[in-house]
Design a protein around this ligand. Structure first.
Ligand SMILES: [Mg+2]
Length: 267
């Protein structure tokens, strides 16, 4: 059965101001969202998925402690990058030969890959409060988009698994690999603003990286909410001052209501 997304087609109407909020409140037409470590805690998720992958390989005969294998896997990811598609293959080659003696390495690799993907199926979801906020913003005629760094198909998969596709305008999804401009270049944000067809000051970007999200979006003239949280960049100050600093997406709800006059339910 075809299920229509709850926020599509896009609407370009004016914002509705709730009672008591004046029209002089800053106007907000479009909100762009970073994905990793903003819409979900990427590092925590990846560690859990890798732990499950390791458990699956040990179950199939890999002879090593989960702690030892995890440390080696982290080294592989660091050396070859998170987008390398042969992490488990490389991992098994680096373990002592006795660890894989009597096994079929490719069987172990495949077991690890399956366990990793099963974790994605089961756990990659928006927090209910985040999904509710996106739905409420759509209902209040605020257009939503994505500005995210990474490989196109991997980031699109995250959008779909998280369910963000129900809320974001597909024409406002900008993945660095797809656009050919990195997040360290304010041009990416200017391209996003142009795609939205509104003034930069009427757009808000929400992201966790102090430089790639905050500084570059500010340099493109956008308003910025720094999702500082407790991620790996939380201790690094941006150069440009963000308009808002939050430690969770849900903290944005009162900001949308009070600062931008968006008509949202209080929670
Ligand atoms: Mg991020």
């Amino acid at each position: 059965m075809l299920t229509l997304p709850s926020c599509w087609p896009p609407h370009h109407g004016f914002l509705r101001y709730p009672d008591g909020v004046s029209a002089s409140t800053a106007r907000l037409d479009t909100v762009f969202w970073d994905i990793d470590d903003t819409m979900f805690t990427t590092t925590v998720f990846a560690n859990r998925a890798r732990e499950r992958a390791i458990a699956a390989m040990i179950e199939r005969g890999l002879k090593a402690s989960p702690k030892q294998v995890f440390a080696e896997l982290q080294a592989v990811v660091e050396e070859f990058g998170s987008n390398d598609d042969r992490h488990y293959d490389r991992l098994l080659k680096r373990l002592p030969p006795e660890a894989t003696a009597g096994t079929n390495r490719d069987l172990l690799v495949t077991a690890g890959v399956i366990a990793y993907h099963e974790t994605k199926w089961e756990e990659l979801r928006l927090a209910p409060s985040t999904a509710r906020l996106l739905a409420d913003l759509c209902a209040a005629d605020v257009r939503l988009g994505v500005i995210s760094a990474g490989l196109t198909h991997k980031q699109m998969e995250k959008i779909l698994r998280l369910g963000m596709d129900r809320y974001v305008d597909p024409e406002l999804i900008l993945i660095t690999d797809q656009v050919g401009v990195a997040k360290s270049n304010p041009l990416l944000y200017r391209i996003a603003v142009d795609a939205a067809g509104v003034s930069a000051e009427h757009t808000l970007h929400v992201g966790d990286h102090p430089h790639k999200d905050v500084d570059c979006a500010k340099r493109a003239g956008m308003r910025v909410a720094w999702h500082r949280g407790d991620g790996k960049y939380s201790k690094t100050e941006p150069v440009c001052e963000p308009d808002h600093i939050v430690d969770s997406v849900e903290e944005l709800r009162p900001i949308f209501i009070e600062h931008y006059g968006v008509s949202l339910p209080p929670s």
